[in-house]
Design a protein around this ligand. Sequence first.
Ligand SMILES: [Fe+2]
Ligand SMILES: [Fe+2]
Length: 320
Amino acid sequence: MTLGSLDPLAPDCRLDPQVAHRLRDMSLLVSLPSIASRLNNLISDPQTSVKTVREVVEMDPALTAKVISLANSSYYSVRTAVKTVDRAITIIGYQELGVMALGLGLTETFNMSSAPKDFDVESLWLHCLATSWLGQRLASRIGFPEVGEVMIAGLLHELGVIILVSKFPILFQTLMDLILAGQSWLVAENALKARHELVGHELAKLWKLPEVYQQAILFHHAPEMATSHKIIVAATSLADALAHKIGFGLKTEVNEVDLGYSLNTLGMTPFTLQSFIRETISKIEEITPMWRQMVKTSERVPDKAGFSSLMDNSVKSVKR
Ligand SMILES: [Fe+2]
Ligand SMILES: [Fe+2]
């Protein structure tokens, strides 16, 4: 496969007008829950206090349960059980909290019950979480200050796949059939005029998401094409490729991205990348169980009993 075919703006990648039309209709009906966007606005404000964030978190029982559960996971190695949202926010940090709220918002907005049987929905969510987490670590490694943006770009980069699976089930089934028959993901998407980068970008534009996320969604497989926010796009693209490499890929997705451009843009070398991967693999094993729990219990909390049992499990999982 040539690098050119990864360019989502190539002439043979145009979006089917009917798909574009349905996305326009959909954008009026579907929006990210207001709590996710309120939290993200708060978190990007340097004046925000833990108290203000707590007030927003506590408006959503499912998010509250997740926040407490995450703070008690072995990843953060807390010595005593975390029982309050205030303490959980301090342990987790604002940026992780924003990603978590957005992740819950996505799983709430995009119901995956119509996904084809041979498509692993859990792998899709895990891939997005892994890309977000790897992007955060890459940004920290190179001392890039806009870590929160890199994390959210990682979480959102496959917005197009999420939309295709949840809102275009017949089209997605045809896509899967072509892939199972031996077509590559990109060739199949081009044949159906439904490139996932274009689908995600179209909704990101309609939702008026900030330009940085539009760029990351559109160019995560061709980072050299980005016209702005080049470091964030390169970090997202590299994190995406690394997620595939360390076992959090989408089996059917494209993985032929040229890493050289992203490494150069981030000021890294193949040598520093190798040491990054070695350090990351040992750490990722600690966080993976928590991701699996997040993905499995991502449905809204149906009743108080369900909420209590989630809280109980989170407290039991504290590492002493
Ligand atoms: Fe992708
Ligand atoms: Fe990806």
